[in-house]
Write a protein that binds this ligand. Structure first.
Ligand code: SAM
Ligand code: SF4
Length: 336
């Protein structure tokens, strides 16, 4: 006799998991200095989940009560035929929010299709407004193209657009106010993310480049009246948001170092290879690809694997910038 499956995912700390970040590729057209090494070895193509396998995982999660899926990577929009995955995801009954994080390089040509296919919100990474510096930080990026992508996203009328910026001391900390102004002028949100020690990079010392959310908040508050908005883990994830003078844009701070949000964690990640990661800062994972590719695969087996994985979701992460990272995966592998 088979037992009835629950419709919600609850971990052993009684946290409800209702948000999944799916990495659709570990590849990227950029090599941001805090995210990747210059020379990267990517996962062999045959190890990467097919679009059908990703859809199967998404459907299983949604039937287990997940209401929000974020597509990420690597750069999700450089995955071949990505729109053919997004279309059925946008129609999955029970999925309230299909959202994407992108570096913006392909948005000038894809923003309106994404919106039409049901993507509600989009996060776009932007760390500099100076073309040369943008190129240095991303190693390959073209600022004009990304700004054209941001403007195409605004024209496509996503419910919310948020810029994501990682600020590094000595690299782009002098642009914090320019980035805020850029967001305010366009009536979109901006979030500042503290750099996390994921993967070994040799380009800078993460401990020396670290800029805390608190420093940035003080810098911005000298120019703008920042009023805290509540609900840190509401629809918006772990960002702590503040309202600004224009009444529309919000400024957020994501502070995995200075503000631990683990007790409210409602999310898990799936890597491009189908590894279900239960915590950003720990290596606990379960191989969903093995389940999907087994000869006796059924959707029921996949769901049972996901349900039992909840028992190994750790209570919290520990990041230490001065230590060699325990986490050898890069952010592009993790699906940031
Ligand atoms: N390629 C897309 C992009 O850049 O938006 C999506 C994937 S990227 C890994 C997702 C987010 O992670 C980006 O906003 C990026 O700035 C952030 N990120 C990457 N490496 C990081 C690190 N070591 N610490 C903090 N944030 C990081
Ligand atoms: Fe690519 Fe995004 Fe990582 Fe930059 S942050 S290298 S755009 S995956």
């Amino acid at each position: 006799m088979t037992t009835e499956l629950p419709r919600v995912l609850i971990d052993r700390f009684q946290r409800r998991v209702d948000y999944v970040r799916l990495s659709v590729t570990d590849r990227c057209d950029f090599r941001c200095v805090y995210c990747m090494a210059e020379d990267m070895t990517f996962v062999p193509k045959q190890h990467v989940l097919s679009l059908e396998e990703i859809h199967e995982i998404a459907r299983a999660f949604v039937e287990l009560g997940v209401g929000k899926i974020r597509l990420t990577g690597g750069e999700p929009l450089i995955r071949n035929n990505i729109l053919s995955l997004i279309k059925p995801l946008g129609q999955l009954p029970g999925l309230d929010q299909l959202v994407i994080t992108s570096n913006g390089s392909q948005l000038h040509r894809m923003a309106s299709s994404l919106r039409e296919l049901g993507v509600k919100r989009i996060n776009i990474s932007l760390d500099s407004l100076q073309p040369r510096r943008f190129r240095q930080l991303t190693r390959h990026g073209n600022l004009d193209q990304v700004i054209a992508g941001i403007d195409a996203a605004i024209a496509a009328k996503f419910e919310r657009i948020r810029l994501n910026a990682v600020i590094l001391k000595g690299r782009n900390e002098d642009e914090v106010l320019d980035l805020v102004n850029f967001a305010l002028q366009r009536s979109i949100d901006i979030a500042f993310i503290e750099e996390m020690p994921l993967g070994l990079i040799d380009e800078h010392n993460r401990a020396l480049s670290f800029c805390s959310s608190e420093e940035l908040r003080e810098m911005i508050a000298r120019e703008y009246p920042l009023e805290p908005l509540g609900d840190p883990l509401g629809a918006d994830g772990p960002a702590r948001y503040f309202s600004t003078g224009n009444g529309v844009s919000r400024i957020g701070f994501i502070s995995p170092h200075s503000h631990n949000f683990c007790h409210l964690c409602n999310r898990v990640r799936v890597t491009a290879e189908g590894r279900l990661l239960l915590c950003l800062g720990n290596e606990h994972s379960v191989d969903l690809r093995a389940v999907l590719r087994a000869p006796d695969y059924t959707q029921d087996k996949l769901k049972r694997t996901i349900i039992s994985a909840m028992a190994s979701k750790p209570e919290r992460h520990h990041f230490d910038l001065d230590e060699t990272p325990d986490i050898v995966r890069f952010m592009n592998t993790t699906g940031g």
